[in-house]
Write a protein that binds this ligand. Structure first.
Ligand code: HEM
Length: 146
């Protein structure tokens, strides 16, 4: 077997069996890139009139929100569990119960995140995969029927 055919025939299997697949955290580029994404997300929430309703649910200063979402997403993406180390189990739905979250809030959150991913230059493929997974979480956070 030539080297070329060996590569095409063997590399995918060898990679599956021996090398751990990179996590989404690795694919994004680690902690600094996750922070960049979260910062862009909250900058857009602050700036864009279409997110005014979502912004109004948050405290006047977004500093704490930035840290918490950053810590959470690091672990959610397969990186270090900063959020759990600080606060224990995320109990994300319970933590969102104080805020009225319906379809409009869910969709603003998703659109804001999609714009942030685009702005920081995540690959199309990664954007699609992450947005699909995040939609499940965002939809599950809905707690009012409207
Ligand atoms: C569905 C629409 C959503 C709305 C309207 C919303 C809104 C909020 C608000 C108002 C806060 C409080 C901010 C603060 O205390 O500084 C918060 C906290 C938080 N949100 Fe969301 N959120 C949504 C979806 C999500 C999603 C999809 C995630 C995760 C992927 C997420 C992760 C978090 C985390 C980790 C916190 C901090 C929780 C804590 O420790 O209190 N949120 N969210």
């Amino acid at each position: 077997m030539s080297d070329v055919s060996r590569q095409t025939a063997d590399t995918p299997n060898a990679a599956d069996e021996q090398t751990p697949q990179p996590t989404a955290y690795d694919l994004i580029g680690g902690e600094a890139r996750v922070r960049e994404l979260v910062d862009r997300f909250y900058d857009l929430m602050d700036l864009e009139p279409e997110f005014a309703g979502l912004r109004a649910l948050h405290p006047p200063s977004l500093d704490g929100s930035r840290d918490k979402l950053f810590w959470f997403l690091c672990g959610w993406l397969g990186g270090p569990n900063h959020f759990i180390e600080r606060f224990g189990h995320p109990r994300l739905r319970a933590r969102h119960l104080p805020f009225e979250i319906g379809i409009s809030e869910r969709d603003q959150w998703m659109r804001c995140m999609a714009m942030a991913m685009q702005d920081v230059g995540l690959s199309e493929d990664l954007q699609m995969r992450l947005l699909q997974a995040l939609f499940q979480t965002a939809d599950w956070m809905r707690n009012v029927a409207r």
